[in-house]
Design a protein around this ligand. Structure first.
Ligand code: AMP
Length: 380
């Protein structure tokens, strides 16, 4: 089914063509007509599925058909769990809102940066992408009104709950008018999500896109049995010997991420860290340099395992295994995207072997283990 049969207007179809999208993704084919019809949506889909355009396009279409609300009365609110996702969704909003018959102003707001510029930019905004905490700060500062919100999107709702935003979310829900359209997207459908779903959604259209686990088939897994002390040399050996040019590495702690970056740098490998203790500007820069190839290695904590879209990422390395198998799947799901093949490497010291078995069982895939003890890592 082509985009042109989904009910979108000509300016949006041109913007879609400019974005290089030739055919809608399954979630878009299902969500776009349903949102345009005013339905609530429960979308079980992950980043990478194309869900963002699936809600942004019909929201823009619906809004531009009507006249703007009063200044600082937001009409569509998109709640997201992280700053990175806010930036990403904000960019999609901008990308598609240019050239509309009636311009619709969009903005992304998030914490970790000064609030004042955001307050100034809010003038005339109709579509707001926000992390919950910063949204409430803005509300508390009387910078915006939520009483005219016609459409609410909860993006990565499961992650929002995992990050402990429940209280903020409830406060926000209480500020919204009762009559509105609700779109909820989540990678998983746990008990807490079901509760929110029942509370928020009215007779929703349920769209379930085969989970990211599906693309695990495109990912080649390799596990290295390696002691903690030899992880660093093994990492540099693999990067140099296999001439890896774009590698996303995961560690469990901020401290470890920084120390891996430090050691890579002193060994002549350009690397940056992406974690919660970096400033927003540093995080945005790190991602940009990594995407553009200016740095070869990005070392991230699990913060970056979701929501970040880097097309065609060839290699992901688990320098340390995550505690949760779900996080493992999200991490390795950063590669093998959009039909491209990818490699996921995991460093597994003896003490983690049992845990790695649990992860593999959850993933439904057994990983070939390579003994790294015999490697000559001298000089790496
Ligand atoms: P998302 O799941 O919304 O984060 O989207 C994942 C990636 O897919 C983004 O890089 C989008 O630009 C891209 N994308 C979304 N929809 C399409 C489409 N219909 N055709 C090609 N690429 C798309």
């Amino acid at each position: 089914m082509p985009f042109s049969s989904l009910g979108l207007s000509a300016p949006l179809l041109s913007a879609i063509a400019r974005a290089g999208y030739t055919a809608p993704r399954p979630i878009q084919s299902e969500a776009i007509p349903a949102v345009l019809a005013g339905k609530d949506i429960l979308g079980i889909a992950q980043t990478g599925s194309g869900k963002t355009a699936g809600f942004v396009l019909p929201i823009l279409q619906l809004l531009q058909q009507k006249t703007a609300a009063k200044n600082r009365f937001i009409r569509a609110l998109i709640l997201v769990p992280t700053r990175e996702l806010a930036v990403q969704v904000g960019e999609v909003c901008k990308q598609f809102s240019t050239g509309l018959a009636r311009p619709v102003k969009t903005l992304a707001v998030f914490g970790g940066v000064s609030i004042n510029p955001q307050m100034m930019q809010l003038s005339g905004v109709e579509v707001l992408v926000a992390t919950p905490g910063r949204l409430l700060d803005l509300v508390d500062n009387n910078a915006l009104q939520l009483s005219a919100v016609e459409m609410l999107v909860l993006d990565e709702a499961d992650k929002m709950l995992n990050l402990g935003f429940k209280e903020e979310m409830n406060r926000i829900f209480a500020l919204l008018p009762a009559k509105r359209q609700n779109l909820l997207f989540s990678a998983t459908l746990g008990k807490d999500i079901s509760t929110i779903t029942e509370m928020l959604l009215h007779d929703p259209v349920k769209i379930e896109i085969t989970p990211e686990v599906e693309n695990l088939d495109l990912i080649q897994h390799i596990g290295y049995r390696v002691t903690e002390e030899r992880k660093g040399p093994l990492l540099r050996y693999l990067i140099k010997e296999q001439n890896l040019q774009q590698v996303l590495i995961f560690t469990s702690s901020v401290h470890k991420a920084d120390s891996v970056v430090h050691k890579l740098k002193i060994n002549g490998i350009a690397a940056l860290a992406l974690h919660s203790q970096k400033s927003q500007a540093a995080r945005t820069d790190a991602l940009r340099y990594f995407k553009s190839g200016e740095i070869r290695v990005l070392v991230a904590t699990d913060l970056a395992s979701r929501g970040i879209d880097i097309p065609d990422l060839p290699v992901v390395i688990n320098y340390e295994l995550p505690r949760s198998p779900k996080d493992f799947i999200h991490r390795v799901g950063r590669t093998g995207r959009a039909g491209a093949e990818g490699t996921a490497i995991s460093f597994v010291p003896a003490e983690d072997e049992q845990h790695f078995k649990v992860i593999q069982k959850k993933m439904g895939k057994w990983v070939n283990m390579v003994e790294a003890e015999g490697f000559n890592l001298h000089g790496y």
